[in-house]
Ligand binder design. Structure first.
Ligand SMILES: NC(=O)c1ccc[n+]([C@@H]2O[C@H](COP(=O)([O-])OP(=O)(O)OC[C@H]3O[C@@H](n4cnc5c(N)ncnc54)[C@H](O)[C@@H]3O)[C@@H](O)[C@H]2O)c1
Length: 259
């Protein structure tokens, strides 16, 4: 508790949020800041990153998460103390990603680099700091990491890998009091969500919400940020290796007849 009786679960903590300039990441940055953390935003979008920093009081470091030098630069900005690593950045390339037989080799490589190599790099360079005092790594998968979703095979491959990487990292780094967990969202209304279902496609929103989503609505970035805050804080102190599917029930919805 702080002196004014406000509960600040991340007081004294330093967090890196990748992709924190927009969408789910920005909601996470806002909530982590409210919870008392010092936050470093790592994002490729300079203008959005500067705006997010000005709004929230976070530090923005421009970074292509697939590039080792950029990632090491972000970790340096933590100045030797890192407690929370929120690996959130990712891309879904509608129209370029697709089924295996249609994806260009360079698109496959780029999606893997942004979505998966980034997690490797941030963990490789961030974990030595986290291991000094313990901490929390939060990875981001997707419904595409736990069920098969056609027409985005590069994306799906990265998200499935992140689920498994979360488990092996949790088993390894638990002994250093570093907990590694994963959020697997779906249908969260962000720029990515809008881009993945463009208005000119055959996507039928009404049908999707009725047939696929038990809650009959999209989720909000703030709803995912609350899960991230829980995983970042001591409130989740015995969660390690958990895959929290935060999708309003989309992936467990076996009965598609009730519409
Ligand atoms: N929105 C959803 O419904 C949904 C569903 C499942 C999983 N996810 C996952 O949640 C995460 C966030 O998704 P979102 O919907 O907020 O996406 P978004 O596109 O709205 O935001 C992504 C952020 O990542 C940044 N980014 C993209 N490429 C980058 C790079 N190379 N280097 C640094 N930053 C980069 C963007 O600038 C942006 O700020 C992603 O990993 C995504 O796969 C989202």
């Amino acid at each position: 508790m702080s002196s004014d009786n406000t509960f600040l679960p991340l007081a004294g903590k330093t967090a890196v949020v990748t992709g924190g300039a927009g969408g789910i990441g920005l909601a996470g940055v806002r909530l982590f800041r409210k919870a008392g953390a010092r936050v470093i935003i790592a994002d490729i979008d300079e203008a959005a990153g500067q705006r997010a920093a000005a709004e929230t009081g976070a530090l923005f470091v421009r970074c292509d998460v697939s590039k080792s030098a950029d990632v090491q630069n972000v970790i340096s900005a933590a100045e030797g103390k890192l407690d929370i690593l929120y690996n959130n950045a990712g891309v879904y390339w509608n129209g370029r990603d697709g089924r295996i037989t249609d994806i260009a080799e360079e698109d496959w490589e780029r999606v893997l680099a942004i979505n998966l190599r980034s997690v490797f790099l941030f963990c490789k360079y961030g974990l030595p700091l986290l291991m000094k005092q313990g901490g929390s790594v939060i990875n981001t998968a997707s419904s595409a990491g736990v069920i098969g979703i056609p027409d985005c095979d590069a994306y799906t491959a990265t998200k499935g890998a992140i689920v498994q990487l979360t488990k092996s990292m949790a088993a390894e780094y638990g002994r250093y009091n570093v907990r590694v967990n994963c959020i697997a969202p779906a249908a969260i209304m962000t720029p990515m969500m809008r881009q993945s279902n463009p208005e000119n496609s055959t996507f039928d929103e009404e049908r999707f919400l009725k047939l696929r989503t038990p809650l009959r609505r999209y989720g909000t970035p703030e709803e995912i940020a609350k899960v991230a805050l829980f995983l970042a804080s001591a409130e989740s102190s015995y969660l390690n290796g958990a895959i929290i599917v935060a999708d309003g029930g989309i992936t467990i919805n076996g009965d598609l007849s009730k519409c």
